[in-house]
Design a protein around this ligand. Structure first.
Ligand SMILES: Cc1cc2nc3c(=O)[nH]c(=O)nc-3n(C[C@H](O)[C@H](O)[C@H](O)COP(=O)(O)OP(=O)(O)OC[C@H]3O[C@@H](n4cnc5c(N)ncnc54)[C@H](O)[C@@H]3O)c2cc1C
Length: 332
Protein backbone atom coordinates (compact mmCIF):
# COMPACT_ATOMS: atom_id res chain seq x y z
CA UNK A 1 0.00 0.00 0.00
CA UNK A 2 1.18 3.53 -0.64
CA UNK A 3 0.01 6.78 0.91
CA UNK A 4 1.32 8.73 -2.03
CA UNK A 5 -1.09 10.28 -4.52
CA UNK A 6 1.60 11.14 -7.01
CA UNK A 7 1.42 10.16 -10.64
CA UNK A 8 4.66 9.52 -12.51
CA UNK A 9 5.08 9.65 -16.25
CA UNK A 10 8.22 8.15 -17.69
CA UNK A 11 9.97 10.57 -20.06
CA UNK A 12 10.42 8.62 -23.28
CA UNK A 13 12.02 11.33 -25.37
CA UNK A 14 14.27 9.63 -27.88
CA UNK A 15 12.42 10.74 -30.98
CA UNK A 16 9.43 12.87 -31.89
CA UNK A 17 6.99 9.96 -31.89
CA UNK A 18 8.10 8.72 -28.46
CA UNK A 19 8.21 12.20 -27.03
CA UNK A 20 4.64 12.90 -28.11
CA UNK A 21 3.35 9.90 -26.12
CA UNK A 22 5.06 11.27 -23.01
CA UNK A 23 3.35 14.63 -23.55
CA UNK A 24 0.01 12.87 -24.07
CA UNK A 25 0.52 10.88 -20.86
CA UNK A 26 1.37 14.07 -18.97
CA UNK A 27 -2.02 15.46 -20.03
CA UNK A 28 -3.97 12.47 -18.69
CA UNK A 29 -1.57 12.10 -15.73
CA UNK A 30 -2.37 15.68 -14.78
CA UNK A 31 -6.08 14.92 -14.59
CA UNK A 32 -5.39 11.80 -12.51
CA UNK A 33 -3.03 13.62 -10.14
CA UNK A 34 -5.41 16.56 -9.70
CA UNK A 35 -8.34 14.24 -9.04
CA UNK A 36 -6.53 12.82 -6.00
CA UNK A 37 -4.65 16.00 -5.06
CA UNK A 38 -1.30 14.48 -5.87
CA UNK A 39 1.67 15.72 -7.86
CA UNK A 40 2.35 14.97 -11.52
CA UNK A 41 5.98 14.05 -11.86
CA UNK A 42 7.97 13.35 -15.04
CA UNK A 43 10.89 10.97 -14.59
CA UNK A 44 13.53 11.20 -17.26
CA UNK A 45 16.71 9.18 -17.62
CA UNK A 46 19.38 9.84 -20.25
CA UNK A 47 21.83 12.55 -21.24
CA UNK A 48 21.56 16.22 -22.30
CA UNK A 49 18.12 16.34 -20.79
CA UNK A 50 17.53 20.06 -20.24
CA UNK A 51 15.34 20.56 -23.32
CA UNK A 52 13.17 17.56 -22.38
CA UNK A 53 12.89 18.71 -18.79
CA UNK A 54 11.67 22.11 -20.06
CA UNK A 55 9.27 20.40 -22.43
CA UNK A 56 7.73 18.28 -19.67
CA UNK A 57 7.28 21.28 -17.37
CA UNK A 58 5.69 23.21 -20.26
CA UNK A 59 3.29 20.30 -20.79
CA UNK A 60 2.06 20.09 -17.23
CA UNK A 61 4.62 18.30 -14.99
CA UNK A 62 4.55 19.63 -11.39
CA UNK A 63 8.02 18.20 -10.77
CA UNK A 64 10.74 16.54 -12.81
CA UNK A 65 13.16 13.90 -11.57
CA UNK A 66 16.11 13.83 -13.96
CA UNK A 67 18.98 11.37 -14.07
CA UNK A 68 21.40 12.90 -16.55
CA UNK A 69 24.73 11.22 -17.26
CA UNK A 70 26.80 10.48 -20.40
CA UNK A 71 26.71 6.76 -19.57
CA UNK A 72 22.89 6.90 -19.88
CA UNK A 73 22.83 8.28 -23.43
CA UNK A 74 21.64 5.02 -24.99
CA UNK A 75 18.75 3.05 -23.50
CA UNK A 76 19.97 0.08 -21.49
CA UNK A 77 17.23 -2.17 -20.15
CA UNK A 78 18.90 -3.34 -16.96
CA UNK A 79 20.32 0.01 -15.92
CA UNK A 80 17.19 2.02 -16.69
CA UNK A 81 15.05 -0.55 -14.87
CA UNK A 82 17.26 -0.41 -11.77
CA UNK A 83 17.22 3.38 -11.72
CA UNK A 84 13.44 3.62 -12.13
CA UNK A 85 12.75 0.85 -9.61
CA UNK A 86 15.07 2.32 -6.97
CA UNK A 87 13.44 5.73 -7.35
CA UNK A 88 9.95 4.23 -7.15
CA UNK A 89 10.86 2.24 -4.03
CA UNK A 90 12.22 5.36 -2.38
CA UNK A 91 9.40 7.77 -3.29
CA UNK A 92 6.45 5.39 -3.65
CA UNK A 93 4.34 6.98 -6.40
CA UNK A 94 0.72 5.86 -6.64
CA UNK A 95 0.81 5.48 -10.42
CA UNK A 96 3.52 5.05 -13.07
CA UNK A 97 2.55 5.58 -16.72
CA UNK A 98 4.82 4.63 -19.60
CA UNK A 99 4.33 5.05 -23.36
CA UNK A 100 3.67 1.77 -25.18
CA UNK A 101 6.64 2.20 -27.48
CA UNK A 102 8.98 -0.76 -27.93
CA UNK A 103 11.29 0.96 -25.44
CA UNK A 104 8.50 1.68 -22.96
CA UNK A 105 6.92 -1.76 -23.21
CA UNK A 106 10.21 -3.40 -22.23
CA UNK A 107 11.02 -0.97 -19.44
CA UNK A 108 7.54 -1.02 -17.88
CA UNK A 109 7.35 -4.83 -17.86
CA UNK A 110 10.78 -5.16 -16.25
CA UNK A 111 10.03 -2.47 -13.66
CA UNK A 112 6.60 -3.91 -12.78
CA UNK A 113 8.13 -7.34 -12.17
CA UNK A 114 10.85 -5.92 -9.94
CA UNK A 115 8.36 -3.78 -8.03
CA UNK A 116 6.09 -6.78 -7.54
CA UNK A 117 3.07 -5.03 -9.01
CA UNK A 118 0.73 -5.52 -11.95
CA UNK A 119 0.95 -3.84 -15.33
CA UNK A 120 -1.75 -3.33 -17.93
CA UNK A 121 -0.32 -3.04 -21.42
CA UNK A 122 -1.65 -0.91 -24.27
CA UNK A 123 -4.38 0.87 -22.34
CA UNK A 124 -6.89 2.89 -24.34
CA UNK A 125 -8.26 4.76 -21.33
CA UNK A 126 -7.32 5.49 -17.70
CA UNK A 127 -9.41 6.84 -14.83
CA UNK A 128 -9.56 6.64 -11.05
CA UNK A 129 -12.32 4.86 -9.18
CA UNK A 130 -13.84 6.19 -5.95
CA UNK A 131 -11.13 4.41 -3.93
CA UNK A 132 -8.37 6.12 -5.88
CA UNK A 133 -7.42 2.98 -7.79
CA UNK A 134 -6.43 3.27 -11.40
CA UNK A 135 -9.05 1.77 -13.71
CA UNK A 136 -7.17 0.71 -16.81
CA UNK A 137 -9.17 0.06 -19.97
CA UNK A 138 -7.44 -2.26 -22.41
CA UNK A 139 -8.50 -4.51 -25.31
CA UNK A 140 -8.80 -8.10 -24.05
CA UNK A 141 -9.43 -11.57 -25.46
CA UNK A 142 -7.87 -10.90 -28.85
CA UNK A 143 -9.37 -7.43 -28.91
CA UNK A 144 -12.97 -8.66 -28.94
CA UNK A 145 -13.87 -6.65 -25.86
CA UNK A 146 -12.56 -3.80 -23.81
CA UNK A 147 -11.65 -4.86 -20.27
CA UNK A 148 -11.51 -2.56 -17.25
CA UNK A 149 -8.61 -3.74 -15.13
CA UNK A 150 -7.88 -2.76 -11.54
CA UNK A 151 -4.85 -3.91 -9.57
CA UNK A 152 -6.39 -3.79 -6.09
CA UNK A 153 -3.61 -4.85 -3.75
CA UNK A 154 -0.31 -3.80 -5.34
CA UNK A 155 1.37 -0.45 -5.84
CA UNK A 156 2.41 1.44 -7.84
CA UNK A 157 -0.41 1.05 -10.35
CA UNK A 158 1.36 0.69 -13.68
CA UNK A 159 0.13 0.98 -17.25
CA UNK A 160 1.48 1.45 -20.74
CA UNK A 161 -0.50 3.55 -23.20
CA UNK A 162 -0.18 3.75 -26.96
CA UNK A 163 0.85 6.93 -28.73
CA UNK A 164 -2.20 8.85 -29.92
CA UNK A 165 -4.54 7.67 -27.16
CA UNK A 166 -4.68 10.98 -25.28
CA UNK A 167 -4.46 14.57 -26.43
CA UNK A 168 -1.43 16.51 -25.19
CA UNK A 169 -1.95 19.85 -23.41
CA UNK A 170 -0.94 23.04 -25.22
CA UNK A 171 2.62 23.93 -24.13
CA UNK A 172 3.23 26.81 -21.76
CA UNK A 173 6.91 27.73 -21.66
CA UNK A 174 6.25 30.25 -18.86
CA UNK A 175 5.38 27.41 -16.46
CA UNK A 176 7.81 26.74 -13.64
CA UNK A 177 8.25 23.53 -11.65
CA UNK A 178 10.92 22.10 -9.36
CA UNK A 179 13.50 19.93 -11.12
CA UNK A 180 15.60 17.47 -9.15
CA UNK A 181 18.85 16.58 -10.92
CA UNK A 182 19.66 13.28 -9.28
CA UNK A 183 23.17 11.81 -9.08
CA UNK A 184 23.89 8.45 -10.69
CA UNK A 185 23.88 5.94 -7.81
CA UNK A 186 27.18 4.22 -7.09
CA UNK A 187 27.54 0.49 -7.69
CA UNK A 188 25.28 0.10 -10.75
CA UNK A 189 25.82 -3.35 -12.26
CA UNK A 190 27.36 -3.32 -15.76
CA UNK A 191 24.92 -4.11 -18.60
CA UNK A 192 24.96 -7.61 -20.02
CA UNK A 193 23.67 -6.35 -23.38
CA UNK A 194 25.84 -4.08 -25.52
CA UNK A 195 24.27 -1.63 -27.99
CA UNK A 196 25.98 -2.13 -31.35
CA UNK A 197 24.03 0.33 -33.53
CA UNK A 198 20.89 2.41 -33.39
CA UNK A 199 18.82 4.09 -36.10
CA UNK A 200 16.02 6.60 -35.77
CA UNK A 201 12.57 5.79 -37.17
CA UNK A 202 12.05 7.34 -40.58
CA UNK A 203 9.97 10.53 -40.22
CA UNK A 204 7.44 9.19 -42.80
CA UNK A 205 6.58 6.36 -40.41
CA UNK A 206 5.83 8.82 -37.67
CA UNK A 207 3.60 11.05 -39.78
CA UNK A 208 0.45 8.93 -39.46
CA UNK A 209 -0.19 9.78 -35.81
CA UNK A 210 0.06 13.50 -36.45
CA UNK A 211 -1.65 13.72 -39.87
CA UNK A 212 -4.70 15.98 -40.11
CA UNK A 213 -6.20 13.86 -42.88
CA UNK A 214 -5.89 10.08 -43.14
CA UNK A 215 -7.16 7.97 -46.01
CA UNK A 216 -7.61 4.42 -44.81
CA UNK A 217 -8.20 1.44 -47.09
CA UNK A 218 -9.57 -2.00 -46.26
CA UNK A 219 -10.01 -5.28 -48.06
CA UNK A 220 -12.98 -3.77 -49.92
CA UNK A 221 -10.53 -1.81 -52.10
CA UNK A 222 -10.12 -5.09 -53.97
CA UNK A 223 -6.49 -5.16 -55.12
CA UNK A 224 -3.05 -3.68 -54.66
CA UNK A 225 -3.46 -1.70 -57.88
CA UNK A 226 -6.72 -0.16 -56.70
CA UNK A 227 -5.24 0.51 -53.26
CA UNK A 228 -2.62 2.73 -54.94
CA UNK A 229 -5.46 5.10 -55.90
CA UNK A 230 -5.82 5.83 -52.19
CA UNK A 231 -2.19 6.93 -52.11
CA UNK A 232 -2.98 9.43 -54.88
CA UNK A 233 -6.09 10.62 -53.04
CA UNK A 234 -4.11 11.09 -49.82
CA UNK A 235 -1.48 13.06 -51.73
CA UNK A 236 -4.12 15.40 -53.17
CA UNK A 237 -5.66 15.89 -49.72
CA UNK A 238 -2.26 16.47 -48.09
CA UNK A 239 -2.84 13.45 -45.88
CA UNK A 240 -1.40 10.04 -45.08
CA UNK A 241 -2.45 6.53 -46.06
CA UNK A 242 -3.48 3.93 -43.51
CA UNK A 243 -4.72 0.36 -43.84
CA UNK A 244 -6.42 -2.54 -42.13
CA UNK A 245 -4.71 -5.81 -41.30
CA UNK A 246 -5.87 -7.84 -44.35
CA UNK A 247 -4.45 -5.10 -46.58
CA UNK A 248 -1.11 -5.19 -44.80
CA UNK A 249 -1.06 -8.99 -44.84
CA UNK A 250 -1.78 -8.96 -48.60
CA UNK A 251 1.18 -6.56 -48.98
CA UNK A 252 -0.89 -3.90 -50.73
CA UNK A 253 0.99 -1.40 -48.56
CA UNK A 254 3.73 -1.26 -45.96
CA UNK A 255 3.26 -2.63 -42.45
CA UNK A 256 3.79 0.82 -40.90
CA UNK A 257 0.37 1.87 -42.26
CA UNK A 258 -1.54 -0.61 -40.07
CA UNK A 259 -4.07 1.09 -37.81
CA UNK A 260 -5.68 -0.59 -34.84
CA UNK A 261 -4.96 -2.77 -31.89
CA UNK A 262 -1.84 -4.27 -33.46
CA UNK A 263 -0.84 -1.07 -35.23
CA UNK A 264 -1.01 2.66 -34.86
CA UNK A 265 -3.44 4.93 -33.04
CA UNK A 266 -4.50 7.87 -35.17
CA UNK A 267 -6.42 11.08 -34.48
CA UNK A 268 -6.84 12.91 -37.79
CA UNK A 269 -9.27 15.79 -38.12
CA UNK A 270 -10.84 13.88 -41.00
CA UNK A 271 -10.65 10.14 -41.61
CA UNK A 272 -11.65 8.69 -44.99
CA UNK A 273 -12.36 4.99 -44.73
CA UNK A 274 -12.71 2.97 -47.94
CA UNK A 275 -13.90 -0.64 -47.93
CA UNK A 276 -13.33 -1.13 -44.19
CA UNK A 277 -15.78 -3.25 -42.17
CA UNK A 278 -15.01 -1.63 -38.81
CA UNK A 279 -13.83 -4.59 -36.74
CA UNK A 280 -13.13 -3.62 -33.13
CA UNK A 281 -9.42 -4.37 -33.54
CA UNK A 282 -9.31 -1.72 -36.26
CA UNK A 283 -11.60 0.87 -34.67
CA UNK A 284 -9.53 0.67 -31.46
CA UNK A 285 -6.97 2.71 -33.42
CA UNK A 286 -9.25 5.46 -34.75
CA UNK A 287 -11.09 6.46 -31.58
CA UNK A 288 -9.85 10.02 -31.71
CA UNK A 289 -11.02 10.95 -35.23
CA UNK A 290 -13.75 13.62 -34.86
CA UNK A 291 -15.05 13.32 -38.46
CA UNK A 292 -15.25 10.11 -40.45
CA UNK A 293 -16.28 9.63 -44.07
CA UNK A 294 -16.87 5.95 -44.90
CA UNK A 295 -17.41 4.30 -48.26
CA UNK A 296 -18.74 0.76 -48.27
CA UNK A 297 -21.01 -1.28 -50.47
CA UNK A 298 -22.70 -2.60 -47.32
CA UNK A 299 -24.69 0.14 -45.54
CA UNK A 300 -24.85 -2.07 -42.44
CA UNK A 301 -21.05 -2.22 -41.99
CA UNK A 302 -19.95 -1.02 -38.52
CA UNK A 303 -17.69 1.56 -40.15
CA UNK A 304 -20.75 3.06 -41.87
CA UNK A 305 -22.56 3.26 -38.52
CA UNK A 306 -19.57 5.05 -37.00
CA UNK A 307 -19.24 7.51 -39.89
CA UNK A 308 -20.47 11.08 -39.97
CA UNK A 309 -20.92 10.70 -43.74
CA UNK A 310 -21.52 7.24 -45.20
CA UNK A 311 -21.51 6.59 -48.94
CA UNK A 312 -22.90 3.30 -50.23
CA UNK A 313 -20.71 2.75 -53.27
CA UNK A 314 -17.84 0.80 -54.71
CA UNK A 315 -14.76 1.92 -52.76
CA UNK A 316 -12.45 2.21 -55.73
CA UNK A 317 -15.02 3.99 -57.93
CA UNK A 318 -15.68 6.50 -55.13
CA UNK A 319 -11.94 7.04 -54.68
CA UNK A 320 -11.46 7.66 -58.40
CA UNK A 321 -14.41 10.08 -58.49
CA UNK A 322 -12.93 12.05 -55.57
CA UNK A 323 -9.52 12.17 -57.27
CA UNK A 324 -11.11 13.49 -60.48
CA UNK A 325 -13.07 16.14 -58.59
CA UNK A 326 -10.06 17.27 -56.55
CA UNK A 327 -7.87 17.53 -59.64
CA UNK A 328 -10.58 19.56 -61.39
CA UNK A 329 -10.79 21.95 -58.44
CA UNK A 330 -7.02 22.24 -58.13
CA UNK A 331 -6.79 23.16 -61.84
CA UNK A 332 -9.53 25.80 -61.65
C1 LIG B 1 -5.62 -10.12 -32.14
C2 LIG B 1 -6.09 -9.39 -33.36
C3 LIG B 1 -5.56 -8.15 -33.63
C4 LIG B 1 -5.97 -7.46 -34.76
N1 LIG B 1 -5.46 -6.22 -34.98
C5 LIG B 1 -5.90 -5.52 -36.04
C6 LIG B 1 -5.43 -4.20 -36.28
O1 LIG B 1 -4.59 -3.66 -35.56
N2 LIG B 1 -5.93 -3.54 -37.33
C7 LIG B 1 -6.87 -4.07 -38.19
O2 LIG B 1 -7.28 -3.40 -39.13
N3 LIG B 1 -7.30 -5.32 -37.99
C8 LIG B 1 -6.84 -6.05 -36.95
N4 LIG B 1 -7.31 -7.31 -36.77
C9 LIG B 1 -8.19 -7.89 -37.81
C10 LIG B 1 -9.63 -7.43 -37.64
O3 LIG B 1 -10.29 -8.32 -36.76
C11 LIG B 1 -10.40 -7.45 -38.99
O4 LIG B 1 -10.29 -8.73 -39.55
C12 LIG B 1 -9.89 -6.43 -39.99
O5 LIG B 1 -9.83 -5.15 -39.42
C13 LIG B 1 -10.82 -6.39 -41.19
O6 LIG B 1 -10.25 -5.62 -42.18
P1 LIG B 1 -11.14 -5.03 -43.37
O7 LIG B 1 -12.21 -4.17 -42.82
O8 LIG B 1 -10.20 -4.44 -44.37
O9 LIG B 1 -11.72 -6.35 -44.08
P2 LIG B 1 -13.14 -7.01 -44.02
O10 LIG B 1 -13.59 -7.26 -42.66
O11 LIG B 1 -13.09 -8.15 -44.96
O12 LIG B 1 -14.13 -5.89 -44.60
C14 LIG B 1 -14.12 -5.45 -45.92
C15 LIG B 1 -15.23 -4.39 -46.03
O13 LIG B 1 -15.22 -3.88 -47.36
C16 LIG B 1 -16.55 -3.85 -47.85
N5 LIG B 1 -16.44 -4.04 -49.29
C17 LIG B 1 -16.16 -5.18 -50.00
N6 LIG B 1 -16.09 -4.92 -51.30
C18 LIG B 1 -16.32 -3.59 -51.43
C19 LIG B 1 -16.36 -2.71 -52.55
N7 LIG B 1 -16.13 -3.13 -53.81
N8 LIG B 1 -16.63 -1.41 -52.31
C20 LIG B 1 -16.88 -0.94 -51.05
N9 LIG B 1 -16.84 -1.74 -49.97
C21 LIG B 1 -16.56 -3.03 -50.16
C22 LIG B 1 -17.28 -4.98 -47.16
O14 LIG B 1 -18.67 -4.71 -47.11
C23 LIG B 1 -16.63 -4.96 -45.79
O15 LIG B 1 -17.33 -4.07 -44.93
C24 LIG B 1 -6.92 -8.03 -35.65
C25 LIG B 1 -7.46 -9.28 -35.37
C26 LIG B 1 -7.05 -9.95 -34.23
C27 LIG B 1 -7.66 -11.30 -33.94
Amino acid sequence: MTNSRDVWVFGDYRNYFQNRVTLQLLARGRELAQAQEGELCAVVIGHDLQQWVDEYVAHGADRVLALDHPSLTAYQGETYTSLLVDLARERKPAVILVGATSFGRELAARAAKRLGTGLTADCVDLRLDDQGRLVQTAPGFGGNLLAEIVIPRHWPQMATVRPGTFQELPHDYERQAPVEWLPLPAGLKPERVRLVKSERLAPREQALETAGVVVCGGRGMGSKKKFRNLVELARLLGGQVAATRPVVYARWCEEGALVGQAGRQIKPQVLFSFGVSGAIQHTAGIGGAPFIVAVNKNPGAVMMQMADVGLVADANQACLALIRELKKRLRS
